[in-house]
Ligand binder design. Structure first.
Ligand code: NAI
Ligand code: 3PY
Length: 386
């Protein structure tokens, strides 16, 4: 028999049973659900990553919707169980949903929500932080200082890379990639080269206008280029940040051969998903090229790192915290809860999943809509007229 799972219950007499597989930041998301007749059950197990069996136990025999996490394996087993329990809604508390088998959800008529928009700037800021930390060797220098090794200023001590006037490369210039590019261009006057399947028109316009502004003020203008291939970005850029979705086309996008064409002193940042880089090949490349540096927020076998990575001084590593600002994490919880609530209540789908501010305004009621349902079209769900 499955071990009972510990839970915390809000509004026990609520008509609709909504389960959250984790406690999430803030309380607004709970209030939004309980105000609309939901009984909210939050899993309080100490275990960080819940197994499919744990989640099956949480779903039980009657469950209208689940808010889940990117660490969980949402496929056939869980969606069929949710359907049997009378459920119709699932939302990841994340924008990325590579942990979700959307085809399986479609098969059981379950709506799949995600949380775009609210984490764009926060995630881009962490990618920018990693770029700076790697360029200026901040973590190495911090460790040196704490180890009591500093005995005076030296001309060669922790010399790193200047960003101004260099080229920033972005692979995947969507919401986060474009926000990151703007930060690096505006903040450090870097030139841009990017690769995406689609043209990033707004980003291009921004760089053109900013370049004109700099020129008018007697400064060197910044430039942009849309690369015809990813290899062009890898060859030309001094700092490269990866921001694509993880799917079949981006798995091991950066591999041994592609690392080999990058500049010897380049900086590579990954705040997308770990498997976008072949991490074992990266470890070998970092060992062979001590001036090549990386900033990693995500890892191929999370929570683990590939052998050797932790020992390398030219790698800055942080534990998948790119979206970890208070405002963003509370907003993600709100959007995930409203996705589930909206589907249970039969609300339509919000017209633009990138314009989510109305859902985040604590001083007005949330719109009666689902902020972002990735399989809305496949399920034939109606769009909001708001
Ligand atoms: N480390 C973290 O905490 C976070 C990670 N993420 C990751 O970042 C990803 C991107 O998020 P958003 O910018 O909001 O998504 P988005 O959908 O706005 O941008 C993704 C971009 O990748 C491009 N793309 C897809 N396949 C490609 C390929 N083969 N080559 C080049 N470009 C390709 C798309 O055309 C799109 O422009 C998420 O899917 C998620 O996995 C997102 C938030 C936080
Ligand atoms: O939203 C996502 O995709 C994340 O990785 C969480 O920060």
């Amino acid at each position: 028999m499955a071990k009972p799972i510990s839970i915390e219950v809000w509004n026990p007499s609520g008509k609709y049973r909504v389960v959250s597989t984790k406690s999430m930041p803030g309380t607004r998301w709970i209030r939004l659900l309980t105000d609309q007749d939901c009984r909210v059950e939050i899993c309080t197990e100490k275990k960080t990553i819940l197994s499919v069996e744990d989640i099956l136990a949480l779903i039980g025999n009657r469950c209208n919707g689940v808010i889940g996490q990117l660490t969980e394996d949402w496929g056939e087993v869980l969606f069929s169980a949710l359907k049997r329990a009378g459920g119709s809604a699932f939302s990841n508390m994340a924008v990325g949903y590579n942990n979700v088998d959307v085809n399986a959800a479609n098969k059981y008529g379950i709506a799949v929500g995600n949380t775009p928009g609210v984490l764009t700037e926060t995630t881009a800021e962490l990618a920018a932080s990693l770029s700076l930390a790697a360029a200026r060797r901040i973590v190495e220098a911090d460790q040196f200082m704490r180890a009591g090794l500093y005995d005076g200023w030296l001309p060669h001590l922790f010399v790193g890379n200047l960003l101004k006037g260099q080229t920033v490369g972005v692979i995947g210039a969507g919401r986060i990639g474009s926000a990151y590019a703007r930060m690096m261009i505006e903040g450090f006057k870097m030139n841009l080269i990017y690769y995406d399947l689609y043209q990033a028109t707004r980003l291009e316009k921004f760089v053109t206008a900013y370049g004109q502004f700099l020129k008018a003020n007697g400064e060197q203008p910044v430039t942009w280029k849309r690369a015809a291939s990813m290899e062009d970005v890898l060859r030309e850029a001094d700092v490269i940040s990866l921001h694509p979705v993880l799917d079949k086309t981006t798995y091991h996008l950066v591999n041994k051969e592609r690392l080999a064409i990058m500049k010897k002193e380049a900086i590579l940042v990954n705040a997308s998903r770990g498997p976008v880089i072949d991490e074992a090949a990266l470890v070998e490349h970092l060992k062979a090229n001590p001036m090549f540096r990386v900033g990693l927020d995500v890892f191929e076998d999370e929570p683990f790192m590939k052998p050797g990575l932790a020992e390398l001084k030219n790698a800055v590593v942080v534990p998948h915290i790119a979206s970890a600002s208070k405002w963003t994490r509370e907003g993600m919880a709100t959007l995930a809860a409203l996705n589930v609530l909206g589907k249970i209540k039969g609300y339509p789908i919000w017209g633009d999943p990138n314009q989510v501010e109305p859902f985040l305004d604590e001083n007005s009621p949330a719109p009666a809509a689902c902020p972002s349902i990735v399989n809305a079209k496949q399920l034939g769900l109606p769009s909001s007229k708001l």
